[in-house]
Design a protein around this ligand. Sequence first.
Ligand code: XMP
Length: 505
Amino acid sequence: MIAVLDFGSQYTQLIVRRIRELKIYCEIFPYNVSEEILKEKGIKVIILSGGPGSANEQKSYLPDKRIFEGDYLILGICYGMQIMGKIFGSNIIKGNIREYGKTTFYPEKDVLFDGIKYPGTVWMSHYDIVENVPEGFYSIGKTDTCPIAAFKNTRGTFYGLQFHPEVVHTQDGKKILENFLYNIAKIKPDWNSSSMVDSAIKEIKEKVGSSKVICALSGGVDSSTLSMLVHKAVGENALSVFVDNGLLRKNEAKEIVEKFSPMLNMRYIEAGDIFLSNLKGITDPEEKRKIIGKTFIKIFEKQAENFGARFLAQGTLYPDLIESISAFGGPTAKIKTHHNVGGLPEKMNLNLVEPFKYLFKDEIRMIAKEINLPKEITERHPFPGPGLAIRIIGEIDEEKLEILRDSDAIFIEEIKKEKIYNEIWQAFAVLLPIKTVGIMGDMRTYQYVIALRAVKSVDGMTADWYKIPQNILDNISNRIVNEVKKVNRVVYDITSKPPATIEWE
Ligand code: XMP
């Protein structure tokens, strides 16, 4: 296993993801994890993440210095490089300018940079720089404003990169990590989808034994994969509960029931009325999420009791867990409460089974493929737990839900027809809480606005707006205003994340 020490960078999770993509298992540890723990776990390779702190400050965040005395191979990224430099005697100073974004990088010839483009584009996000290489180290790359943008020690055991190889905008970032792990650390890649399935099933069996377990099924890739694995592991002792909260897309509930009832022991609960009445008059996005979460819990509590379940299987993913691991209380500030279907289970007196808690979303997709879940599920765009509630800006009612469902269905139908659905990471329609003036058949109209959102992303943490060809947009817009009553205007969201988020609420 590889250890990534978290100094609080917003990209710490990405480092782990990239390493796992290279089929090597790794986990995050707090920046100051003791060397004994690393030794106990048999760790030999350590990555020091970036972080918001400055190595220049008196009270900078320091790793256990014994990691530099042992037999470890270490790669420091951004702050990780600077703190390594400082420990070995570099001066860390403020650069002339803050380097942020895509930057041209001139690598020296080095095994770390084998096969990468010269010069290449890298992603920078720093103010401080390493002014001088410490004794026993030398520079292996520069940018126009940062003379030491990469260094290594003469023994070839410690490396530092001022830029972020884990960020997709770094042209050959993955290749650099690959060089480090495969060629320098000589690690053999063995983390794959079949080992993930085996370890998840084993964990479920060991934990649940002969007891009963319920799973919250939403039809999304995580919960579908989880339900299938739990059923594989414990058979009829598992019950998947699918709740129609009235906030689903057009025909979604029917499709999910048709698809899963032959494969799973499942129960369908129609609860749209309860959710909508609890959401009546609510306009605040966070309040919507909380109400939806609480309503889900109540329903699951009742179902668990009826079934006699002692366990609840939850699709908690690694990013959800990282907050409690990090010494910083999470690498990124909380922006939205991401409600997990199933809600706050510790209040439910049920024991949790969370076989995905060290996995990322794309790993779940790999498992889903491995267990032959149909493509319509594995390739489905993500859909948020609170559903259409956070795509109707402001108050929700049946009429708005119908307008949004119809508009969204046209949008998705068209991008599927044009064969761009799978190129887009997530696409959906949003109903805005305003009406605008239009003209139709010589008559004035005063109706709703639909916004279309389509993004390209790898993990939802950052996203670029997707450039749908104009003729396709034209057709979608025409169809929506012609076919959906009460809509007379369609707009296209051309903002990336950051600064916007993917969902509008
Ligand atoms: P944002 O809007 O935060 O979305 O950029 C990133 C990804 O997360 C999904 N999302 C949610 N998923 N509960 C969920 O289960 C939520 O409350 C929630 N809010 C956003 C969003 O659809 C996108 O895929």
